[in-house]
Design a protein around this ligand. Sequence first.
Ligand code: AMP
Length: 213
Amino acid sequence: MRLVIFGPQGAGKGTQAARISEKFGISAISTGEIFRWAIKGKTALGNEVLEYVSAGKLVPDELTIRVVSERIAADDCAEGFLLDGFPRNTAQAEALDDLLSDVECGLDAALVIEVPEEVALRRLTGRRVCPDCGRNYHVDAPPENNWTCDACGGHVVARDDDVDEAALKQRLATYHEQTEPLHEYYEAKGLLRQVDGTGTPDEVFTRIVEALG
Ligand code: AMP
């Protein structure tokens, strides 16, 4: 199964991506996470993307598309994948279609998780993440033991771009301007599956499984 998932920041994409990956046995690939790890590891990619990520701006398409094309060519993606945070605009969606036409298997569905802006903002300001394994938490649902990640023992913190108010506003504005048009793009292809992202992670996941039929 080949899926993409999009929605505004705070819609719960990362949390749901982990569940979808587990249930359907496909790799969840988050471009944001790839960039954050590269920045943390001070790699060449990290140096290239740092200024964009810290300002809440999109990394240039050419670079992002190259990263995704290399990642989905890996062995663990042979049976499918879930792309979280890619595509972020129509040019990236077209590039993904081209990449998949090369391997003769297109997307099965494009999931969009929808939440009212006030819900998204409340989730974002309380969001915490393990920088070592990427697992998401919230101040209302912390790890069991004093901000130590339940999965890997890493030290759970707030994301830099969540606590920077200017970066956060920029990310939301970029979503409305550039990513929302993907609704129409995938609707026209008959691939769009809209899911209500309010409620608990379990409730949202049940809706996703139903939407995927
Ligand atoms: P995310 O974790 O998806 O919120 O992404 C964090 C940041 O990584 C974004 O604000 C962008 O700077 C960058 N980023 C992630 N995915 C993409 C993408 N598909 N295209 C361009 N930039 C991206």
